[in-house]
Write a protein that binds this ligand. Structure first.
Ligand SMILES: Nc1ncnc2c1ncn2[C@@H]1O[C@H](COP(=O)(O)OP(=O)(O)OP(=O)(O)O)[C@@H](O)[C@H]1O
Ligand SMILES: [Mg+2]
Length: 297
């Protein structure tokens, strides 16, 4: 696979998302997005950064076609998103695009992990052997096969996250949207999950991951889109460009000014997995992520 940290997006790849001056206003009148211009191409791995309330989750819901823009134009996989959100062709669209919510309890509602993973394929009316194949693959990718008969509510946070992602993967979507996949995980579990996210990238999927965790960004993304507190795109660039721009990160409320004043250099070392996971981590073992470049000391 190409390394997400260094690969550039392919300008010849088909456009998956095209948003022009997209606004989204919640029913109470709250403006969540205020003029988003964004294009995402097939095979890109995009990290979506922004302060709390900047509109990341709202944007992911739009990309998933479960809500449509209040104003502006937006196409997803050649479909108009307003029509999609009204239900037109939504069934087929959701085979191609899957959203993993931040809270896995929203995604996991069945008696067993297997039932949750099988839910989508069964809804599609796939034959039993095809359902089993899709589920086995999704559970293998997320390493939850051993949890198949467990009740989701009794799993740990990290296990739930992996099961929730498997329940989305069983539909074999080409686009996977992840809302803060590593939030509230311990460091070891977080890096295991990062490793599994890399595996999705290695399969050539288009990934959009909302996160607050800057240290994972170069590992899971080849492009970074920053939403500003004005609810528009504040910056769009490579992880190296964005993470080296401390003024931008402070402006977007992604790092605190004190870090700036102290001129600290912070490093995150990616050590891959814990020995139980194979391949995708190998090429980023000992990868050094220089988060806050430009030391002033
Ligand atoms: N259901 C809703 N009804 C009304 N306003 C909402 C709703 N959901 C979100 N908002 C508002 O829309 C804005 C964007 O919220 P959103 O959840 O998209 O932000 P976010 O960037 O995902 O934040 P966080 O980092 O805290 O997850 C916020 O000001 C929020 O209060
Ligand atoms: Mg959010």
């Amino acid at each position: 696979m190409s390394d997400p940290a260094s690969s550039a997006s392919d300008p010849a790849a088909p456009i998956v998302y095209a948003l022009h001056d997209v606004h989204y206003v919640y029913s109470g009148g709250h403006v969540a997005l205020d003029g988003i211009d964004l294009e995402i191409r097939r095979g890109e791995q995009v990290a979506l950064l922004g302060a709390n309330g900047s509109g990341k989750s709202t944007l992911l819901k739009l990309l998933d076609g479960i809500i449509g823009p209040s104003a502006g134009t937006m196409r997803a996989l050649d479909r108009d998103v307003v029509a999609l959100a009204d239900g037109e062709d939504a069934f087929r669209f959701h085979r191609e695009v899957g959203l993993v919510f931040q809270d896995p309890d929203i995604q996991l509602f069945s008696a067993t992990v297997f039932d949750d993973v099988a839910f989508g394929p069964l809804q599609l009316g796939l034959p039993p052997e095809e359902v089993k194949r899709c589920c086995d693959e999704a559970m293998a990718t997320m390493e939850v096969a051993h949890l198949a008969d467990r009740a989701p509510f009794e799993l740990s946070g990290g296990e739930k996250k992996r099961a929730a992602i498997a329940s989305v993967l069983s539909l074999e979507p080409q686009v996977v949207l992840l809302d803060e996949p590593t939030a509230s995980l311990d460091p070891r579990t977080k890096w295991v999950l990062v490793n599994l996210i890399r595996r999705l990238a290695a399969q050539g999927r288009t990934l959009v991951t909302a996160t607050h965790e800057l240290d994972i960004v170069p590992i899971i993304a080849d492009r970074v889109v920053v939403l500003g507190e004005n609810r528009r795109v504040l910056a769009d660039g490579t992880p190296d460009e964005i993470l080296a721009d401390r003024d931008l990160l402070i402006r977007a409320n992604l790092i605190h000014e004190h870090l700036h004043e102290h001129g600290r250099v912070r490093h995150a070392h990616f050590h891959g997995d814990d020995g139980h996971h194979d391949d995708p981590s190998a090429e980023v073992d000992h990868h050094l992520v220089d988060l806050l470049a430009k030391p002033t000391a």
